[in-house]
Design a protein around this ligand. Structure first.
Ligand SMILES: Cc1cc2nc3c(=O)[nH]c(=O)nc-3n(C[C@H](O)[C@H](O)[C@H](O)COP(=O)(O)OP(=O)(O)OC[C@H]3O[C@@H](n4cnc5c(N)ncnc54)[C@H](O)[C@@H]3O)c2cc1C
Length: 459
């Protein structure tokens, strides 16, 4: 016979969404179990670049950046191309500033503000995810209402004997098979499926050439568990890799991305031709690069852009990648083309046309108007030495997942809530729609984790 533990709320997954859900439920008086299949907390959250999409913060004010809820809402909807669920966008916008203040109040230090993919104004608030997760871990450990169960893998969800709602998580771990009964609610925070070959094959075969980068436990267990109970999915058709990673990582290397394109570089394929506007989201670039020969492109840039490298922002720390010998450098375009093994004449033509277009103010090929999204002015790439970084897409995040309502209740395929079941973070879809704003994945783990914790505690 399996042992049974009874709690008010059972949270599956000890990433950012799980921590936030647990802390919120516990603060509202619920006794909470957090079940994590790995021996330690973190998931993808602790591996992240640390960017959060917040608007109207004191940090932005201090830099005279005018950002508002309205602008954030507009950007999210514009990026989603009408495929995002407006109720989820609204929920994000409503709580984002409160959640920013909450984690700042706990001691989270936001180091830097960066404009990035999908931002009309610099909105990428960067924290150290290790610091943030350690702070939340300490908070949770100090909370008498929260108990952690590590190395414990949730396997199935079961309904109460009277069939009224899902109330049990069947787990397997070092203590053997253990059932966790939830009097109020079960919150799925088990992250995405970037490590699940079987689910990727079904939902996102187009990303099979990308470099895997998500948390090692992110095999889509929660999706399967909810699926068994009729859960509906959202946004799964839009899973894309993140552009900008080196295609030939060492074994066990944690892939990193860099974006010289968002400082004014261009992107060319093996034929030395541009293939889209480089100011698009890195998800769109990720999708496009995998369609190029060998799934590879080259970010081409010059010394002016290299001089904008930022040492403590990984995605702009071009020097760190250069130091690894991964960014060939040359005094002429022809020499650079030789080092990248792409046609020199075509690269010269591509750059020549691009620079003329920048001077005339019209990108005649792809209509690029800004550095990233609608931010920043284009400049000619004309200052030697020149650089080229071979880039492909990494699969860090799967974005789409369970369909939920604004209270984070998981919905079935008919649009009705599945009683007893909530979800937050990367396991759920609906916020992003077709594309993705930098910082909105960590943002949604935090914000929707809070809402899910609140809803479960009220159930
Ligand atoms: C390299 C990288 C860089 C990124 N950079 C950014 C960024 O800068 N900004 C941004 O917004 N987003 C970024 N992301 C995405 C973002 O980190 C994630 O979407 C977010 O952290 C997901 O949080 P989560 O709590 O939902 O899931 P996770 O943090 O992945 O946590 C899920 C947890 O559930 C556990 N779990 C899974 N299955 C089970 C099971 N059956 N039983 C028990 N536990 C289970 C996992 O082991 C994991 O610990 C990045 C991701 C990566 C990988």
């Amino acid at each position: 016979m399996s042992a049974t533990h009874a709690f008010d709320v059972v949270v599956i997954g000890a990433g950012l969404a799980g921590f936030r859900a647990a802390l919120r439920s516990a603060a509202l008086g619920s006794r909470v179990a957090v079940i994590e299949r790995m021996p330690d907390f973190g998931g993808s959250s602790i591996l992240a670049g640390g960017f959060f999409a917040f608007a109207g913060t004191d940090l932005q004010h201090s830099r005279s950046i005018k950002d508002t809820d309205e602008l954030l809402r507009q950007d999210l909807l514009e990026l989603g191309h009408g495929a995002n669920d407006p109720a989820l966008v609204e929920a994000y916008v409503k709580y984002q500033l409160e959640e920013y203040k909450y984690i700042v109040g706990l001691g989270t230090h936001f180091m830097e503000l960066q404009p990035s993919s999908g931002h009309s104004v610099p909105r990428g608030h960067r924290a150290d995810p290790k610091q943030l997760m350690s702070i939340l871990d300490a908070q949770a450990r100090a909370e008498k209402n929260i108990t952690f169960f590590y190395s414990t893998r949730a396997q199935r969800l079961e309904k109460a004997a009277n069939g009224s709602r899902i109330n049990t998580v069947v787990t397997h771990g070092t203590a053997g098979e253990v059932n966790f009964e939830a009097r109020q609610g079960i919150v799925l925070c088990s992250g995405g499926f970037s490590r699940a070959k079987d689910l990727l094959q079904v939902f996102a075969p187009h990303v099979r050439r990308s470099v895997p980068a998500g948390g090692l436990g992110n095999e889509g267990d929660g999706l399967k568990m909810a699926w068994e109970h009729g859960a509906a999915f959202a946004d799964l058709g839009y899973v894309n890799g993140t552009f900008g990673t080196y295609p030939y990582p060492e074994a066990d290397e944690l892939p990193a991305v860099i974006f010289p394109v968002y400082r004014g570089g261009i992107c060319v394929n093996k034929q030395a031709k541009r293939f889209m506007s480089e100011s698009k989201s890195y998800k769109s670039l990720g999708e496009a690069v995998l369609l190029q020969e060998s799934g590879i492109a080259f970010q081409i840039f010059d010394q002016k852009i290299m001089d904008q490298a930022v040492a403590d922002v990984p995605s702009y720390n071009f020097r760190a990648i250069e130091a690894k010998g991964r960014i060939p450098k040359a005094d002429t375009i022809a020499e650079l083309a030789g080092k990248l093994d792409i046609p020199a004449h075509t690269l010269a033509d591509t750059l020549g046309l691009y620079n003329r277009d920048v001077a005339s103010g019209v990108d005649s090929h792809f209509g690029r108007t800004n550095l990233s999204h609608t931010f920043g002015n284009l400049a000619a790439i004309d200052t030697a030495p020149y650089y080229g970084f071979p880039s492909t897409a990494m699969l860090s995040t799967t974005y789409g997942g369970l369909r939920v309502n604004a209270g984070m209740q998981v919905l079935n395929i008919w649009g009705d809530p599945i009683p007893g079941l909530f979800a937050a973070g990367e396991i759920m879809g609906g916020l992003h729609g077709e594309s993705y704003m930098t910082g909105s994945a960590l943002g949604k783990a935090l914000i929707f984790g809070r809402i899910a914790g609140e809803s479960a505690a009220a159930a």
